[in-house]
Design a protein around this ligand. Structure first.
Ligand code: CMX
Ligand code: CO
Length: 140
């Protein structure tokens, strides 16, 4: 099942400026930064809290690396802002299959590679009340 809110993904034009905003305004620090070419993002994970299932909750700041990426498209249409939410699961394939059976479109046939070796799938926002939703299974 889904055990926690893993992260909130936020689209930004300038990752360094966004990181600095969250540091200076709230005191949140970057725990992890990487480029994911498949998703077309440069991203920073800011840890907000730990949870009793061993996971944690993050803000995922997302800057597009190419113009045809989902985040670039989102920025062009909406400007900067909340892009998606992500729920944690112990078994992303099983969670996606169960949710798919309920009529929600799962955008990835196979889980893809997410932050820090995690495995992720996305659910179509039009089937989720306008909220782009990600399921994530941590690597550890
Ligand atoms: N949240 C809510 N609605 C969204 C959305 C979002 N982030 N992105 C697009 N939509 C809506 C649009 O508003 C549009 O609605 P209308 O038809 O009512 O105008 C509709 O979905 C289609 O929008 P689009 O701009 O044509 O976008 P696409 O269909 O090309 O792509 C989506 C939308 C969700 C399929 C695509 O963004 C996708 O596959 N996303 C998953 C991958 C991803 O987002 N990766 C980046 C994050 C990586 C990470 O978290 O690690
Ligand atoms: Co995400």
């Amino acid at each position: 099942g889904l055990t926690r809110l893993d992260h909130v993904g936020i689209a930004c034009r300038d990752l360094d400026a966004s990181v600095e905003f969250y540091r200076s305004t709230y005191g949140f620090e970057v725990e992890h930064e990487e480029v994911n070419e498949e998703q077309g993002v440069r991203e920073a994970m800011l840890r907000i809290n730990g949870t009793d299932d061993g996971g944690a909750t993050y803000l995922q700041l997302l800057e597009p690396t190419r113009e045809d990426s989902p985040v670039a498209k989102f920025l062009a249409r909406n400007g900067e802002g909340v892009h998606h939410i992500a729920f944690g699961t112990g078994d992303v394939a099983a969670s996606a299959a169960g949710i798919g059976e309920r009529g929600v479109r799962v955008l990835d046939d196979e889980p893809r590679s997410g932050t820090a070796g995690s495995r992720i799938v996305f659910l179509h926002p039009k089937d989720c009340g306008g909220v782009l939703t990600e399921l994530v299974q941590s690597a550890h």
